[in-house]
Design a protein around this ligand. Sequence first.
Ligand SMILES: [Zn+2]
Length: 242
Amino acid sequence: MVSRGWGDCSPSNPKNRRLRSSVFVSDKGTDILIDSGPDLREQLLSAGIRNIDAVLYTHLHADHTDGVNELREINRLTQEAIPIYGDTATIDSIYTRFDYAFKDIDLSKEALYHVILQKNIINPYINFKVKDIEIKPFSQNHCFMDTLGFRMGDFAYSTDAVDLDEKAFEVLKGVKVWLVGCLSLNPHPSHAGLEKVLEWAKIVNPEQIYLTHMSIGMDYDTLCQMLPTNIRPAYDGMVIDI
Ligand SMILES: [Zn+2]
């Protein structure tokens, strides 16, 4: 952190250097990005991502949305608008802050100079499809607001949540791999801490949990030593095959 440095994280382990949370899901030619944080350019470059069929947003907070402009390079490659999906508050916020991204460009007359997005409002518990991938959004309590978690087949992603209810657990039932935001070892008002994630692990009981959205109290090696092998810290660039 700019303000507090490495905290308990060892600077010598490259897995402790973390960009803002984001996930790229690719299955049989369908490519979905979840969240476009301020580090998106670096993430697209290092993962070699050149196509995105849709962007799903968990919520409107800046660390999950402010990389919208970096999607422009994907527009340049595909020469098409990128559909974005989020709840009303998130889409309204992106529309207000990046209004130019929703203005049409006549590609036959002018060069592609700004990001082009196409908005889609989604609601928790109303499933939808991006090409062949069915997405099941569920609601999560993030203290300030509700966020969306997403399940796709045997994978689910839950970040920026401090509480989950029965309806969310119902969607998560039977999931094999669950990527979960876990900010710290201690409880936090708006994010799950480790104790909360361990409680959830007992309820959902997936084959594997990976922790993401970790702060400076979460050293990679320390976590590996203290946690069972079916709960591991994730790291930037990690690839999970399901
Ligand atoms: Zn947030």
